[in-house]
Each structure stands twice: as C-alpha cells, then as structure tokens.
Design a binder for this molecule. Structure first.
Ligand code: GLC
Length: 571
C-alpha cells in the first residue's frame, strides 16, 4: 500500500487524523465502582492502537457532580476522583504516547457546575458584586422580582433561569443557565473568565495534552441586554425552541473569545517546538456551512465538527449534498474538514439507519434525541452503518469515531425510566428520550459476571445497565474475526492510512439516485443506498480491484451489493 502514500511533509497530524471519542464513564471500569475510569483506558491502550487511531478525545474528566456527566465542571484543573487523579492522568498520557496515540481533552467554556467555587462564591456574594459578574445574575421581573428576567427556555427543558436564595434567606436574583440549573452560564465579558480558560489550556498542554474538543461553542456569548425571544409557535421540542433563540445562538462577539484562545495556543506552540496542538469546536450547523466556516477561520479553531452527514437520511441526494456542501465551503477557504457518524449526544448509527423511516426525508436531523416510534431493523441498520463508515473513511479530512461504533453497538432504546440518567429526559418530563441509550458501558468480553468485561469480578452495578445479550458484541468475541465489525474498522483504517492525503474529492455518477460515489487519487469509493445490487459502468470500474467492502467476501468490482460500500483501487 505504500505506493499510494504521498503525505505532505510537515503536514499537521490532525488534518487527516482518526480520533476516537472516549466517553470515560462508560469505557472501562478498572476499580469496580460501576463507572469507567482512567486506569480502564490505560488497560485498553493496546486495543486502541490495534484499531489504528491517531488520538483519543476524552469527554470531560474533571471533578464534577455529574449532573450532566462531566459537562458540569466543578474544577477545570483536576481529575474527577472516581476516574483517578492527576498521577493516573499522567500515566494515561504516557501510556497513550507509548502506543503512538495523542490525547485530547474536552473543555466546556459556556458554563461550569453550580458546585464550582466561583459559582458558590457568587451565591454568597451580594448583588452587583464582582463574584456575580462572572455569571449572568439579574433581577426578576414582576412586583417582587418573582418572574424570570426574560422568556428564554433551556436547551434541556424548563426555563433558562433559576432564582437564588440570598445569604440572608430571602428570595433574590436569578441566574442564567441555557442547559440545566446545575450549569450556570459564564459571562465571557468578564476578564476573570477569559483568563481562567487561558490558564486552563496551558495547564493541560503542560501535562502532554495535544488538543481540545471545545463544547457547545454556539451558545457562548449572549445578546446584550438579554432581550426576550420572539417565540415561534411551531418551535417544537425544548431543544428546538432554544435552538431558535437568536439571543443565545451564534453570537458574533464569541469569535473574539476564540481569537484570544488561538493567540494563547499559537504562543504556547511557538514556545514548545515539536508540539502540534489542535482544537475542534462543537456546534450544530445543519445546512449552514457558512456558520461552520466562521469557527474555522485561520485565527480561531483548527477544526469544527461537521454533523451534516451524520444527520442526513439514507437517501443518495442528501448524503451527497451534505458532504459536498461542507467540503466545498471549508476546503474552498483552506479550512480542514471533519467527518463523524456517532457521538455521545446522538442515537447510534445502527439504530438510526435501521429505523423504518431512515429512507424518508422526514428523518433528517430528527433522529437523535426525540423518541420515534418507527420500528428498527438492527441487522439492516448495522449493514448500512458499516457501509456509511466505509464511505466516510475515504473522504479527505479527519474522522472522529465514537467508542462502541467499531463493535456495531445499537442504541439501547429500552433503558428503564428509573435508570435513565440524562438530565434531558427528566427536565422534559420524558418527552425527549435523552442520550443514555448511546452511553451504555462497553462490552469487552462475553462474561456476564463482569458486566461483559466492563468491570472486574467484584463490582458495583454499572451506572447504566448493559443489555443481557450484549456479550455478542464484545470486543474479545470480535477481535479474532476479520469479518466482524471490529475487523472491518481495523481494515478500513489501515486502508485509509494508505490514501493519498493530498488527493482532492472528485464526485462521479453525480446525478445518481442510487449510488453516491467519489474518487480520491487511485481509489474510487461507491456507496449503494438501495435494497438491490447495482452494476457499475465499465469506465468507472476500469481495471480496479476491490480493496474494501462492507459486505464481507464481495470481490466483484463491477457490482455493489445492496446497502453497502466498496473501495476500488486502480491497478
Ligand atoms: C454539548 C455536549 C453535551 C452536553 C452539552 C452541555 O452539546 O456534547 O453532551 O450535554 O454540550 O455541556
């Protein structure tokens, strides 16, 4: 395969990286408390190396009351005690480095935990104090301030304001939280806040962290004066309504904060030759590559997640469009592109693609959080998910994988209500099913006595229950089987490494309603989204041979089986 490899010397590693997202709480539990931990990650480093990933991104692993499972940070300079401590963290970074893997962390700039020392200090301090100015404290409306300062709703349900009890025991001001009451929003106009994050970045870079995923950048910064939202009567769910609140979404001012970060990062890098730091921002911008582009201007984030492909239905046109639109806009501006099909906020691809409405336009963007009744054919969903990752893995740019997708895990839809942990479920009274189903602990072995290898023999109940039949997905069961989903991922990442990174994306069969196909250098990638085999035109096949196929054993370059993807290499 080396004949294909023509990587540009000096090219930043992250531009074509495969980054594996570790949801720490559900990855591997080494100490038996039913929650994943850093030692669990150390123990499974060889697995990650064999999979072929360049980096891991750890979901927030800082001290946290876990009201939003780490996205409520109580201290940005330490490790969540149930996950380990700074020494364990340093050992983990060393273990990763020993396996050729870089470590990225997850920084949450929009809000902290209501248990953060600064928020506790703000509660104890009077109205108008510098402590309160780090957040959004405001007087309520109404004669006695009994009404919230404005009509904003929270993204996870309920109002976006909570009234506090002042130190003298009287009801007092309100504070803003666009997610949950346990996540007060920072006021980024306050210099303490900006300075805090400058220090945080350097603190973790000093410990060997090579980059950050930056959480929820779209809601950082608010319209001055915090005016009422004009309510759209058709707004739908809480998530959708808050998503339409122009006063909390995509405020231009926030880009100044990101420019400041980039200056800090570039200065750090200049002082530390050999480091190649990266940031990837998280904002949902479906169908708005112009918005996405704003985050990856050269003086801001190095990358931004692009979720359009993940949210597209199983239809050729929208799949092609979702790739082409983002690719054209970002690469046209010289920015790096990312691809992802799963994450800890979205129903797993196996379930999305297996749902009866996956081939309908209506499933577009609607399939991640809201409970949908359409029946799911998991075998079909897995077949399509495997096809889609084969399709995505050939695209130029970097690929972000989410733990468990390499095992073909489906979404667990029937987590009992009393075991659900996602605040989204509770705050919306169960109207939005929430994200627990994609956060179930990983099955490592088929031994039910150890929660399928997630925990050691003597262990507490895992924080979310693993379905009884999950032994069949176990990593140990799949590891020796090249035809398993894990085998496919390993094979795919190996071939991806051999692609010519400088080869641009060139569409072929661009008008097809059945096939989505592109060429990169000597490789042609063809995805068939129909339920029947498709014959390829002879000029497309040329003298190509099949080097990747999501349908095991398929080696005929002239056909693509139903719901599958092949890679053809020119000979
Ligand atoms: C991001 C995270 C999500 C979290 C939210 C609030 O969207 O991915 O898990 O709940 O931000 O921090």
């Amino acid at each position: 395969m080396s004949e294909l490899h023509t990587a540009t010397p000096g090219r930043a590693w992250w531009r074509d990286a495969v980054v594996y997202q570790v949801y720490v709480r559900s990855f591997a539990d080494a100490n038996g408390d039913g929650r994943g931990d850093l030692q669990g990650i150390i123990d499974h480093m060889p697995y990650l190396q064999q999979l072929g990933v360049d980096a891991i991104w750890l979901c927030p692993c800082f001290p946290s009351p876990q009201m939003d499972h780490g996205y409520d940070v109580a201290d940005y300079f330490d490790i969540e005690p149930t996950y380990g401590n700074l020494d364990t963290f340093d050992r983990m970074v060393a273990a990763a480095s020993g396996h050729g893997i870089k470590v990225m962390l997850d920084v949450v700039p929009n809000h902290c935990s209501s248990q953060h020392a600064w928020f506790q200090a703000a509660l104890a301090a009077p109205k108008g104090s510098p402590e309160r100015d780090r957040f959004y404290f405001r007087d309520g409306k109404g004669e006695h301030g009994e009404l919230p300062p404005n009509n904003w709703t929270a993204i996870f349900g309920g109002p976006a304001w909570t009234r506090v009890t002042e130190p003298d025991g009287t009801l007092g001001q309100w504070y803003l939280h666009v997610f949950t009451p346990w996540q007060p929003d920072f006021n980024w106009e306050n210099e303490d806040v900006a300075d805090h994050f400058d220090r945080m970045l350097a603190f973790w870079f000093d410990r060997g962290v090579e980059g950050f995923r930056v959480d929820a950048v779209g809601v950082v910064g608010k319209t001055e004066g915090l005016p009422d939202q004009v309510i759209d009567p058709n707004a739908g769910t809480a998530t959708e309504q808050a998503g339409k609140n122009e006063h909390i979404q995509f405020k231009p001012r926030a880009h100044d904060y990101w420019r400041r970060w980039r200056r800090v990062i570039d200065a750090y890098q200049a002082e530390h030759p050999g480091r190649d730091l990266v940031t990837v921002s998280e904002a949902y911008t479906p169908g708005r590559p112009d918005l996405l582009l704003k985050f990856v201007e050269p003086d801001q984030f190095h990358q931004s997640f692009n979720f359009d492909l993940m949210l597209a239905p199983w239809i050729a046109g929208p799949i092609r469009h979702s790739v082409a639109e983002v690719y054209d806009v970002l690469t046209g501006a010289g920015a790096s592109v990312t691809w992802t099909l799963n994450n800890h906020d979205t129903q797993r691809a196996v379930t999305r693609y297996g749902r009866a409405n996956a081939t309908e336009m209506v499933s577009w963007t609607k399939n991640n959080l809201v409970y949908v009744d359409a029946p799911v054919d998991e075998a079909l969903g897995l077949r399509r998910a495997e096809a889609m990752v084969a399709f995505a893995a050939g695209l130029p740019g970097s690929l972000y994988l989410y733990q468990g997708e390499e095992l073909g895990l489906p979404e667990v839809l029937d987590v009992p209500a009393d075991r659900r942990e996602d605040p989204l479920f509770a705050r919306t009274g169960g109207k939005e099913i929430g994200r627990d189903g994609c956060r179930i602990p990983l099955p490592w072995t088929d031994d039910a006595a150890t929660a399928f290898g997630f925990s050691p023999a003597d262990h507490a109940e895992p924080w979310l229950p693993l379905p009884a039949e999950w032994g069949r997905y176990a990593a140990s069961v799949q590891a020796g089987d090249d035809d398993s989903t894990l085998g496919l991922y390993r094979h795919l990442l190996e071939h991806r490494r051999a692609l010519d990174v400088d080869a641009p994306l060139a569409w072929v069969l661009a008008d097809s309603d059945e096939l989505v196909a592109y060429r990169r250098g000597k490789v042609t990638v063809v995805l068939n989204v129909t339920d029947h085999a498709m014959t390829l035109p002879a000029d497309l096949v040329g003298n190509g041979t099949v080097i990747v196929t999501s349908v095991r054993g398929h080696d005929d370059p002239t056909t693509v089986p139903s719901d599958s993807c092949i890679w053809l290499l020119d000979r």
